[in-house]
Design a protein around this ligand. Structure first.
Ligand code: IVH
Length: 670
């Protein structure tokens, strides 16, 4: 292929795959099969290898939902990962039951289980240790994602004592609970990142990430539903589920042993409504013939087992009328549209609102004023508009035009290139931004101020007590005025002032995170504080100095420089300093346990199974060693975990620096 042609092909494949990613992850409406997607992705990866100069830095081979992904090792499954046949009504299930009966007679039981809506995972344990985790892939081979799966708390990395075999494979579903999905997705919207369409897509996007530390930050769970062993050790599936629960695996308590298909049908109708009370999504019920010998007798078709089938619930869908589009302003000024609907009953609750995500979604739906819309309740608590009914549209209906000014302060909205969200830039004068910034500052993950909750902030703002974060630390001068207000008892005021005073001891990284600078989340704040150590140095940092810090990209650096150069921000920071908040890194005084590592320098890199990096750092420092930040010929040891960057390892090898494991480190200090 001529270079010209290669460039064109790379560009068109890139554009096509980006669109498919968007359709899948954001809209949840894929237009091609996973197989075809993978095929196109492989073509692109191949071309990029040959012509790296034409590769887009944001290429779909590197990213999903804007995040860096990894090319994982392909591993063949020891037992293929099959899918299940689907049924959609009682008759189809009765037909399945007939087929089973015909093959094995009447003497059998079923196990009915929830059908978790996540991504399936196969995990191998040897001598009680998790050695491998592989995605389903095409059923024959999948991606090895062990390091990422190790971050899931409910997946045991090492089993305690028990009667499990030396080697076994266990299968289950990795999923994200709805609450976590909503919190993390809202954070993404606030940061101008792409929002995922549903918890399943968020979980599967997460599993593909290169950075396991980021995976660890996203709470995933895993329910196990099938055990494979070399020799058969249980007679029934039910017994195996009870056993694996005792070995320490997460098995759903909502699993039922059923005597016959009527029991199964009762279980199905019971969960038709109850599923909405679960903290995660299910999309149906799976039924399995309980006895392993009978499972063997029934066998498989080319694609699916004859001893199991799934029953899929219909996504409940109703038609209603779009009354208006409202706009919410978030902490960072991101403006998100919400559809106000004519109230309608859906899946047991009255629905009045639906998310619209962003301006692109309004265009995708081709939403017009007064449209009749189809609303579905998938996993999310807030339902979604799936499509409009064009037949009921008024001839003179106008397309919904996205607002051009802020709904709260009327400032013209802006949209940065490549971002989905519109922003209100008036961060100092826009009421909802001011209030939610203060609410963020006092929140548990930031300054964690007891006695000062969201509602109190709102009220104090409305009564003119608060308009900047620094005003919080002046409230003690206003105790008398506060007492005059409704619902403000003496005790709650004392509590609040005490909480505020105590928060002055919170470390610099919490203060920096609490300021709510766009793109500066908890991890970024921690990294910045560890690197610059004082506010003065951070304020003086240039774009180049900022991007030189690990994990700080152009976008974050730009945002920081903009924030620090704002006059109002500078005054605010000065006030907060005078009020006694922490703006320097308190280096913990290290009490030496030994001097076995005195004079030795270390770099810790990668992810470790048993210890966090901070724990290893502490061990080194307590034994007289020193942590340094860059590899040089003077470095004594590189402590390497999983997923370490290859360039670091290469450099260490070149300089002949000993590369040791976490266990080797502990051996060094005995
Ligand atoms: S059993 C041969 N049990 O559904 C046995 N699968 O449509 C196959 N799933 O790929 C799996 N909950 O990802 C089984 N309780 C459950 C399940 C379940 C969800 C998923 C799984 C599988 C897909 C098949």
């Amino acid at each position: 292929m001529a270079p010209e042609e290669a460039k064109q092909r790379i560009d068109s494949l890139t554009a096509e795959l980006k669109q498919h990613n968007y359709n899948y992850y954001v809209l949840a409406q894929p237009t091609i099969s996973d197989y075809d997607f993978d095929h196109l992705l492989k073509q692109l990866a191949e071309l990029e290898k040959q012509y790296p100069e034409y590769a887009d830095p944001e290429s779909p081979t590197q990213r999903v939902g804007g995040e860096v992904t990894k090319e994982f090792k392909t591993v063949k499954h020891r037992w293929p990962m099959l899918s299940l046949g689907n049924t959609y009504n009682a008759q189809e299930l009765l037909d399945f039951d007939q087929r089973v009966r015909k093959a094995i007679g009447d003497n059998f039981e079923y196990v009915a289980e929830l059908k978790f809506d996540g991504l399936s995972m196969s995990m191998t344990y040897e001598q009680g240790k998790l050695v491998r985790a592989v995605t389903r892939g095409n059923g024959v081979e999948g991606d090895e994602v062990t390091t990422n799966v190790r971050t899931i708390h409910s997946v045991p990395k090492k089993l305690g004592a028990g009667n499990y075999p030396d080697f076994f494979e266990i299968r289950g579903e990795v999923l994200m609970h709805r609450k976590a999905f909503e919190r993390l997705n809202n954070e993404r919207i606030e940061k101008g990142e792409l929002a995922y369409a549903n918890p399943r897509n968020f979980a599967s996007g997460t599993m593909k990430l290169q950075d396991s530390a980021e995976v660890a930050r996203r709470p995933l769970d895993c329910y196990l539903y099938f055990l494979y062993t070399e020799k058969q050790i249980f007679k029934t599936h039910w017994d195996s589920l009870q056993a694996v629960k005792n070995w320490g695996f997460h098995v759903s308590e909502h699993t039922r042993l059923c005597k016959n298909i009527d029991d199964v049908l009762a279980f199905i109708s019971e969960w038709e409504q109850k599923r909405f009370d679960l903290s995660f999504d299910i999309d149906g019920i799976v039924i399995k013939v309980n006895n392993y010998a009978q499972q063997q007798e029934l066998g498989f078709t080319a694609k699916v087992p004859r001893w199991a089938i799934s029953y899929k619930y219909k996504a409940e869908r109703v038609e209603t009328v779009l009354e208006s589009v409202a706009y919410n302003v978030g902490r960072t000024g991101a403006v998100t549209p919400v559809a106000n609907l004519k109230p309608v009953l859906l899946a047991g609750t009255t629905v009045k609102r639906a998310t619209l995500h962003n301006a692109n979604e309004i265009l995708r739906l081709d939403l017009h004023e007064g449209d009749s819309v189809y609303v579905e309740k998938g996993g999310e608590i807030i339902p979604k508009i799936i499509s409009v009914n064009p037949e009921k549209r008024n001839l003179d209906a106008k397309p919904v035009a996205y607002r051009t000014t802020c709904p709260a302060c009327d400032t013209p909205l802006i949209r940065k290139e490549g971002e989905a969200a519109f922003y209100c830039p008036n961060d100092e004068g826009c009421p909802p931004q001011i209030v939610s910034k203060m609410q963020h500052f006092v929140s548990r993950r930031a300054m964690n101020i007891d006695g000062l909750g969201d509602e109190t902030i709102e009220t104090l703002y409305q009564h003119g007590f608060l308009s900047h974060i620094s005003d919080i630390y002046e409230l003690h001068n206003q105790a008398d005025a506060l007492k005059q207000m409704d619902r403000f008892g003496e005790k709650s005021i004392t509590n609040m002032l005490k909480g505020i005073e105590q928060s002055k001891a919170m470390p610099f990284e919490k203060v920096l995170f609490g300021l709510g600078i766009r793109y500066v989340g908890e991890t970024v704040a921690r990294k910045l504080v560890a690197h610059f150590k004082t506010l003065e140095r951070l304020q003086a940092a240039t774009l180049e100095e900022l991007t030189a810090v690990e994990e700080i990209g152009e976008r974050i650096a730009q945002s920081l420089v903009e924030y620090m150069s704002g006059e109002v921000h500078q005054q605010e920071l000065q006030k907060l300093q005078q009020q006694g908040l922490q703006f320097t890194l308190e280096e913990a005084e290290v009490v030496l346990q030994s001097d076995k590592l005195a004079g030795k320098t270390f770099i810790i890199s990668g992810v470790f199974e048993k210890y966090s990096r901070d724990e290893l750092k502490e061990v080194i420092e307590k034994n007289g060693g020193k942590i340094v930040s860059s590899i040089s010929s003077k470095l004594s040891y590189l402590v390497a975990g999983d997923n370490m960057g290859p360039s670091k390892l290469e450099k260490a090898n070149k300089l002949k620096i000993p590369v040791i494991s976490d266990d080797d480190l502990l051996d060094l200090i005995g």
